[in-house]
Structures are given as structure tokens and as C-alpha cells.
Design a protein around this ligand. Structure first.
Ligand SMILES: C[S@@+](CC[C@H](N)C(=O)[O-])C[C@H]1O[C@@H](n2cnc3c(N)ncnc32)[C@H](O)[C@@H]1O
Length: 352
């Protein structure tokens, strides 16, 4: 299924303009962040622990990623009921439905509600309710901190630092495993006139995750005429959303940028060359492959432990940027830039 989202129906006012540069604000379910990334953040992205010569790096030097083993409860139930291992596509449909529920929560209201439930359990000496309630309280507070306070999931300033400085004009952008499509929209804001193709084989991503992405969310980008900051909204972008398996896409080497966010780490080593190849096969000569994967750090391990029932439906690894870069380098790319943003590693690569 293909859906072209332009021209969009007018949907109300766009609340921010470039006059609000440096503004940040907490909404009930996300943070608005129109702050420019600082030079320190940019430096952090490009220059911490840099690898100067990827050909000298070996797996012995960098070790292998950490596998997150804790599986979501609803996957376990499904497997018991079906007496079978859940297939990957079904696992993604479970993941997307579960994860989306967290993006639409009114987080302050939910924090109050979960606290009340917990105290009700305490008053009633209901130990099952207390245990469940405690888990719910912890999860909603963690989500509030990670997504709303820290803005670690969307991380607009980190993503802008990662996407900065590409040598492209009105690029064609292919987003593999696009889910709600956030990062391609951020790229399109920075490179005006972009034509975006988002691909995900879970239809729910088109009909719900992308469809319900907040129309009032401001993406800070550039005005092509003045080169000054400009705020864009989802409905400003030229987006085609394709529901398809990446393996079945009909495109040739026609995209200036091929992007994936949180895809590579969902495949064990024997499949990673194929996943890297998905980025190569649609890329114009001289184009950029941009990939991010979650970082292997203690706080991320804890996050996936605590949020297992929300997030862990599929195979998942946490890795370092050196490990990620080596997978990409070994499979035919030169690493143009590499570093890390809040919770992800980022690599910008070009065909060797
Ligand atoms: C972990 S998500 C990406 C992270 C995303 N930013 C999010 O918020 O969920 C990976 C996405 O890739 C999609 N996907 C995985 N394998 C795919 C394939 N072979 N073809 C198309 N989409 C695929 C899944 O359906 C899922 O929506």
C-alpha cells in the first residue's frame, strides 16, 4: 500500500515559527525543542573516541554487542497459545502497537493515575496490586524522564547534529523501517525540497503511528531562500508512505540518503550483511547511508529491562559505535562520520 501525504488537508494552526528559536516546552506527551544544538553537542557527536582507520579495527578489539534477552510478556503468552515461536513480522506488529500507546499518553495525568492505583493497593493490602502498581509507576516515570524530560527517543538536537552538513540539494530520502517517520521529517526540514519515501511492512505504522504523529510538532530546519532557521510541520513535507517488506522494494540506486533508525540491532550477525546491503542497493553513487542503533550503556540496559513488556518483542542488541561502524565498514561502506547522540550511536557512511 502506498499513501502520498501531500497536499495535506489544513489541520489547524501551526503554533511555532522561527521567532521561537531556542524555545523548549513540555507538552503532555512530548517535548517541543527549538533550541539549536550547541557546538559542544556537535563536537560530542563527531569527535569522541574517533576511529581514524576502520581497516585497522578488528572484532577482537571491539567485542560483540550485548543481547537483550528479556522478552515481552505478550509475546510469551502468544507463543504459549500458538505453541510456536512468534514470527518476526508478527513480533513487529506487537511492538508497534505497544510502543505507540506510550507516545499518546498524557504523561502527567498517567503518573497521577498510576500513583493513586498503587496507593489503593497499599491501603487494601493487595500484594498483587501493589507489585503490579509499582511496576506501572516505575515505567511511567521512566518514560516521562527518557521521552519527555530528556527527549532521548526523538532527540531533535542530537539528530540535527547527526544530519548536519550533507552535500545534498532537494534530496530523495528513503527511510527503511520508518515506524512513525520522525527522523526523515527532521532530515526533510534541514534539506528543504526533499522527497521522502518511508517504508515499513507493518501497516499499523502508516495507519496509526505515522497518521497520529502530532501535526503541531515543530521540526527546526532551514529556509532555502534565506538560509535562516524555519519551522516545519508534518503536513509541510512531501512524503510517500509505502507498506512493504524492504526486500520487495522496486527501487534502484536512486536515493541521495538511505536512513534507518533502530533496525540493524534487530538482526543477528548472520543477517547483518543483508541489512547493510538494504542501504547500499537503493543509494545513488555519492549518496549517504545514515544509521542509528541504541547504545550499549548501563542506563539503556536498565531501560530495556524495565520496559521489556513494552519494547522487547523482537531480537535486540545494544552496541557501541565502534561495533556498529565495523558492521557497516566490513559490508562495503566508508565511515564518513560517527559518534553518539543521547541514547543512540550514529553513523553517516558512503559507498566504498
Ligand atoms: C525498532 S523500529 C524502528 C524504531 C522506530 N524509530 C520506532 O520508534 O519504533 C523498526 C521498524 O522496522 C520495521 N521493519 C523491520 N523489518 C522490516 C522489513 N523487512 N521490511 C519493512 N519494515 C521492516 C518494523 O515494522 C518496525 O516498525
Amino acid at each position: 500500500m502506498n499513501v502520498n501525504t501531500r497536499p495535506a488537508a489544513p489541520t489547524g494552526e501551526n503554533p511555532y515559527t522561527a521567532a521561537e528559536m531556542e524555545h523548549t516546552e513540555l507538552k503532555p506527551n512530548y517535548r517541543v525543542d527549538l533550541r539549536s544544538h550547541t557546538s559542544r553537542e556537535y563536537q560530542k557527536f563527531i569527535s569522541l573516541n574517533p576511529v581514524n582507520d576502520w581497516s585497522l579495527l578488528s572484532w577482537k578489539d571491539v567485542g560483540k554487542p550485548y543481547e537483550v534477552k528479556r522478552i515481552a510478556h505478550d509475546r510469551k503468552i502468544w507463543e504459549q497459545e500458538h505453541d510456536a515461536t512468534m514470527d518476526t513480522h508478527t513480533a513487529w506488529t506487537h511492538f508497534n502497537q505497544s510502543f505507540h500507546q506510550w507516545f499518546i499518553k498524557d504523561v502527567p495525568a498517567e503518573m497521577d493515575k498510576e500513583k493513586d492505583e498503587f496507593f489503593k493497593g497499599l491501603k487494601a493490602f493487595n500484594f498483587h496490586q501493589i507489585r503490579e502498581g509499582l511496576g506501572d509507576v516505575v515505567r511511567i516515570h521512566l518514560w516521562n524522564y527518557v521521552h519527555r524530560i530528556q527527549d532521548g527517543v526523538w532527540d531533535p538536537r542530537g539528530k540535527r547534529a547527526l544530519f548536519e552538513g550533507l552535500d545534498v540539494q532537494k534530496p530523495r530520502i528513503l527511510f527503511l523501517g520508518a515506524a512513525e517517520g520522525y527522523e526523515a521529517m527532521q532530515l526533510a526540514a534541514m534539506y528543504p525540497g526533499a522527497e521522502v519515501v518511508m517504508v515499513d511492512y507493518d501497516e499499523y505504522c502508516l495507519t496509526t503511528r505515522f497518521a497520529e504523529f502530532p501535526e503541531a510538532y515543530p521540526f527546526l530546519g532551514e529556509n532555502p531562500r534565506t538560509n535562516s532557521p524555519q519551522v516545519y510541520y508534518k503536513q509541510d513535507f512531501n512524503i510517500e508512505y509505502v507498506v512493504s517488506d524492504i526486500r520487495k522494494l522496486p527501487y534502484g540506486r536512486e536515493f541521495d540518503i538511505v536512513l534507518s533508525v533502530g533496525l540493524l540491532e534487530h538482526f543477528p550477525d548472520e543477517i547483518k550483511p543483508e541489512v547493510v546491503d538494504w542501504h547500499r542497493r537503493f543509494l545513488k553513487p555519492g549518496g549517504y547511508a545514515i544509521m542509528t542503533t541504541p547504545r550499549n550503556q548501563l542506563r539503556s540496559r536498565l531501560f530495556y529491562q524495565i520496559m521489556a513488556d513494552v519494547m522487547n518483542h523482537t531480537y535486540r542488541e545494544l552496541m557501541t559505535v565502534q561495533q556498529m561502524g565495523l558492521y557497516i565498514y566490513e559490508n562495503g561502506f566508508d565511515i564518513h562520520r560517527h559518534g553518539y547522540i543521547k541514547v543512540h550511536n550514529g553513523v553517516v557512511a558512503r559507498l566504498r
